[in-house]
Design a binder for this molecule. Structure first.
Ligand code: HEC
Length: 125
């Protein structure tokens, strides 16, 4: 892990509740996402490598786009043609929490979506 991602992870951890933490996100990830994106997130044929989100975006982690992808706003906005990611309606239920976004705003989202996004952030290479 690069030093700045370690600092980001620590900052995230301190801002999170147990339900929105990267660790909670990792558990949700392993149950719902690893079958396609792999346990380590590196993907496969027609499945994006989730450790390269920042790299693909030119070095800046695209938080808003990833939150949109996870909460379903970006349904149909595919990264690669040929394969589509399923919708995760069950992840969109449950308690809501507020997440600080990069642009100094905040969004109210299901805790499980916030946790997943926090986890994805920690696995960027
Ligand atoms: C059935 C296989 C499948 C499953 C399960 C799956 N995905 Fe995906 N995912 C894809 C495919 C295919 C794409 C590329 C097409 C697209 O963007 O929809 C993708 C794209 C993505 C992207 C966009 C990457 C980028 O660089 O913008 C993210 C983020 C993502 N998935 C996260 C997740 C998470 C988190 C889960 C679990 C809740 C999950 N995926 C479950 C197949 C899957």
């Amino acid at each position: 892990m690069k030093p700045y991602s370690l600092i980001a992870a620590i900052a995230l951890l301190s801002a999170c509740t147990p339900f929105t933490s990267p660790q909670a996100g990792r558990n949700i990830y392993l149950q719902n996402c690893a079958s396609c994106h792999g346990a380590d997130g590196t993907g496969g044929a027609h499945i994006p490598d989730l450790t390269q989100i920042t790299a693909r975006a030119g070095g800046t982690y695209p938080q808003r786009r990833i939150l949109d992808k996870l909460d379903g706003y970006a349904t149909g906005a595919v990264v690669y043609s040929g394969a589509e990611m399923p919708n995760f309606g069950d992840l969109l239920t449950g308690r809501l929490a507020r997440v600080e976004t990069d642009h100094g705003r905040s969004r109210l989202l299901p805790e499980r979506i916030i946790a997943l996004e926090a986890y994805l952030r920690t696995i960027q290479r």
